[in-house]
Design a protein around this ligand. Structure first.
Ligand SMILES: [Zn+2]
Length: 182
């Protein structure tokens, strides 16, 4: 058996938000859609396009059909992360950066991508042997680079907590990040 590479959870329905909802394949004549098992009971049409679900995923997440319904796979973190690295991952989580790992042999990349059209995005590089943060790059209104765990942590800490609503209508990232828009 291959070692597990992802943790899996059922894909949620963002329309009815019923925790019992499962997204299943369409009928044989509508294999291009997925159906929510609970939407009808909540008074919604249950039909969804798979590509819309993919848009809601973080860059490192994958969608797969297993046990008859759609599930979201999140890559497991690499072994041997330093405590200082784990704390920065937690911080990125609180900033809604949806941190996700791309594990390598020499280095690991933590991919950051907040939802919404103007959400900050970037990556943090971690040494595979040390488990420590080497450097990071974040693009928000501007692109900033940082070297070492302290500077990378400061870069993330400086980001607003919820920078961009999913349906943000600001024309530019500068407008979106105006404090009055919250
Ligand atoms: Zn639903």
């Amino acid at each position: 058996m291959r070692p597990a590479t992802h943790t899996w959870r059922p894909a949620a329905c963002s329309t009815c938000q019923d925790p019992e909802a499962r997204l299943v394949r369409g009928d044989s004549d509508r294999t291009d859609i997925v159906l929510c098992t609970r939407c009808l009971e909540h008074g919604h049409l249950p039909y969804y396009a798979p590509q819309d679900l993919v848009k809601e995923l973080a860059p490192t997440q994958v969608l797969a059909c297993s046990s008859g319904f759609l599930q979201i796979g999140t890559p497991l973190p690499p072994d041997g992360l330093a405590p200082s690295t784990a704390r920065v991952v937690d911080l990125a989580e609180t900033k809604a950066l949806r941190p996700g790992w791309r594990t390598g042999r020499v280095r690991h990349d933590l991919i950051l991508s907040a939802p919404g059209p103007h959400g900050p995005a970037g990556w943090i590089t971690v040494g595979a042997r040390s488990g420590k943060i080497l450097r990071g790059t974040i693009t928000s209104a501007t692109t900033r680079h940082a070297k070492g765990v302290q500077a990378v942590r400061a870069l993330i800490a400086a980001l607003p907590a919820a920078p961009c609503p999913p349906l943000c209508d600001a024309a530019t990232v500068e407008d979106c990040l105006l404090p009055t828009r919250s």
